[in-house]
Design a protein around this ligand. Structure first.
Ligand SMILES: CCCCCCCCCCCCCC(=O)SCCNC(=O)CCNC(=O)[C@H](O)C(C)(C)COP(=O)(O)OP(=O)(O)OC[C@H]1O[C@@H](n2cnc3c(N)ncnc32)[C@H](O)[C@@H]1OP(=O)(O)O
Length: 194
């Protein structure tokens, strides 16, 4: 036993997530955090190309159109791709709190098959924070905000420093990212987090 608590239910002394005063306004698109991110980057031809919008509080929405490259069974989205869409949407919540965090645990329910060409309407919300742990939840509805829930997830994200990426990432990509002024701007926004 490691002694780590990996439960998805926040402990009793967890606090509410706090929206950063300079977070994107509700309705505003939260840009991609990295051009080569499979979830949001424009530089990945078969990626999900999720465009996430800030919501009220610490919540976001996103739309994901399932493409042929995302199939598992014939004509249906792969479960791992759907989990990625949920993960990416949940990860975007950190842009509203301006905390850098990575997925520690992601528990996914697949409730309905999701056909190619359908649009999954995703909603995610942070529900609690306990030290470095951020508890959050997401749903994906078929067709639009009123559609039936096809997938859902609960997750715990763990706050990390930017060194997490510098120390663990492959040097070629890390060096390229650090040489890119737009990427550095993304990181700086987090470093001034009060
Ligand atoms: C330059 C480029 C910059 C780019 C920036 C933006 C990128 C954004 C990318 C976003 C992309 C989208 C998203 C992605 O795809 S993120 C990619 C997928 N995720 C990862 O790669 C994470 C890999 N894991 C790790 O690196 C470490 O295990 C981490 C950092 C997570 C913890 O190791 P660390 O040694 O630091 O921490 P600790 O062991 O002292 O634990 C600390 C606390 O956390 C709790 N805990 C730990 N693990 C888990 C768990 N599994 N479930 C629940 N809870 C867990 C633990 O119990 C403890 O709490 P407590 O018991 O004290 O209460």
């Amino acid at each position: 036993m490691s002694g780590r608590t990996t439960a998805l239910t926040p402990p009793a002394d967890a606090g509410p997530p706090v929206r950063h005063p300079e977070a994107p306004a509700p309705g505003e698109v939260i840009g991609a955090h990295y051009e080569n991110c499979f979830g949001c980057g424009a530089g990945v031809p078969h990626g999900l190309h999720l465009e996430v919008r800030a919501g009220e509080g610490v919540a976001v929405t996103a739309e994901f159109r399932v493409k042929e490259a995302h199939q598992g069974a014939p004509g249906l989205a792969h479960g791992g791709v759907l989990a990625t869409a949920l993960d990416e949407t949940l990860g975007s919540l950190n842009w509203l709190t301006r905390v850098i965090a990575v997925t520690g645990r992601l528990e996914t329910d697949f409730l309905l098959p999701v056909p190619v060409d359908s649009v999954l309407y995703l909603e995610a919300e942070a529900v609690a924070v306990h030290h470095r742990k951020i508890y959050c939840t997401a749903t994906g509805r078929l067709g639009g905000p009123e559609g039936p829930v096809a997938v859902r997830a609960d997750a715990v994200f763990i706050e990390v420093k930017v060194e997490h990426f510098i120390n663990h990432g492959r040097p070629a990509e890390i060096n390229a990212a650090l040489a890119d002024p737009d990427q550095v701007k993304v990181v700086r926004a987090f470093e001034v987090n009060p």
